[in-house]
Design a protein around this ligand. Structure first.
Ligand SMILES: C[S@@+](CC[C@H](N)C(=O)[O-])C[C@H]1O[C@@H](n2cnc3c(N)ncnc32)[C@H](O)[C@@H]1O
Length: 374
């Protein structure tokens, strides 16, 4: 089955593709919460100043910019993939590029309306709401399109604490749009929150929403305890998060060049900060990207990877598979990919598609570290 790419709305239909593009894509670029919000917004004032937060695959951004030419739309997100999806879907519908603000910066208002998809991370949600409230115009409102299954009591309590009373639309295809009219906040937006802790000799700092922000990920720790041995010069940390694997690599091989890549702006900003505060910035570089797109073939001799197991809220190994495929392209003939993952994910069998030699390192009841060579 291939995905449906036509979203029918009362105001007209949109073509929307889900990124990354795949030959047999089975997933749509929108959910019924996006669809319900776009239907509700069809009569919006044409010159509204709108802030759209955490659009998943560009459906809301494309739908809003298709509504009126005069609409002043700003998109705010932590995801490079979401940014690419928005650009792609706007082009598909012959719409101009939309203004995009990366999550570490704060978009400058005033905004008459905020449309926000609630992120999975409550720390990111709190941080974003606290920073956006001072950017609202008087009488601004906030709309939160949400799938009913994601709205549990703790999220509802947090949202009312941050925004005041909420009202909810009727449910359509298991989605609702919550709305709030938050009271005026102070004139200045707080700086993004940074949380720091110590792991061995490293001080690790994290912007909101970054993976492993509360404590070191167990899988990551297992890989650190079973770190590669050998002489490596060109090292990549794929899905670098806070950059801990890069920092350890920089300490282990002081003459190597290390590149960390992540699709989260907050993660890359955290990793850069960590390299600086641990005096390892001379050999560690970090950049935002989708897997290893744009990196030269056979340009690395070691790739370290603790892959993600979900994209937005969709659990699955599609991103891990894309990372393994990219790693095999970017690794030199003698290069090594070191992967850590939950044992039950069965990476060992899946990696055989790209790597001839796969050895398990160390022993753990829950995780495996795999050394993969072509
Ligand atoms: C399980 S975390 C690992 C983080 C860190 N390396 C560690 O070991 O603690 C996976 C990371 O992959 C990143 N990621 C997800 N999709 C990605 C993509 N398409 N390209 C690059 N990084 C991605 C996530 O933002 C997340 O930081």
């Amino acid at each position: 089955m291939t995905q449906d790419i036509e979203l029918a709305l009362p105001q007209g239909s949109l073509k929307l593709q889900r990124l990354p593009l795949r030959r047999k894509q089975t997933l749509q670029a929108w959910d019924s919460a996006d669809q319900l919000a776009l239907t509700q917004l069809q009569d919006i004032k044409p010159d509204s100043r709108i802030l759209l937060v955490n659009d998943h695959f560009g459906a809301l951004g494309t739908g809003l910019s298709a509504l009126h030419k005069q609409l002043q739309l700003t998109v705010w997100s932590d995801s490079f993939l979401a940014r690419q999806a928005l650009q792609h879907n706007c082009q598909l519908n012959q719409l101009p590029e939309v203004k995009f603000v990366e999550a570490v910066a704060t978009p400058q208002g005033p905004f008459d309306l905020v449309v926000m998809r609630v992120p999975k991370s409550h720390s990111l949600l709190q941080d974003q709401i606290k920073r956006l409230l001072p950017q609202l115009a008087a009488d601004a409102s906030l709309l939160l399109p949400i799938m009913v299954k994601h709205l549990d009591n703790s999220l509802y309590d947090l949202l009312t604490k941050l925004l005041g009373p909420l009202s909810a639309s009727r449910a359509v295809k298991k989605a609702r749009v919550l709305s709030a009219q938050p009271a005026n906040a102070s004139a200045t937006s707080p700086a993004p929150v940074i949380k720091s802790w110590q792991y061995k000799d490293f001080t690790l700092s994290h912007y909101s929403g970054v993976y492993g922000r509360k404590r070191l990920d167990e899988g990551s720790q297992f890989l650190l305890e079973n770190f590669p041995k050998g002489d490596f010069k060109r090292i990549i940390d794929l899905g670098c998060g806070n950059g801990i694997l890069s920092l350890q690599a920089a300490k282990t091989w002081p003459h190597a060049q290390i590149l960390g890549v992540d699709e989260s702006y907050m993660a890359v900003a955290s990793a850069k900060l960590n390299a600086e505060q641990n005096a390892l910035a001379a050999t560690c570089e970090f950049q935002v990207g989708n897997c290893l797109a744009g990196l030269a073939t056979k340009s690395a001799d070691l790739i370290l990877c603790n892959p993600p197991f979900h994209q937005q809220r969709v659990v699955g190994d599609q991103l891990a598979m894309a990372m393994f495929a990219d790693a095999s392209r970017v690794l030199d003939t003698q290069g090594e990919l070191w992967v850590v993952g939950n044992r039950h994910l069965g990476y060992h069998a899946k990696l055989k598609r790209w790597f001839k030699h796969i050895e398990q390192q160390g022993k753990h009841p829950k995780f495996v570290v795999l050394r993969c060579r072509k």
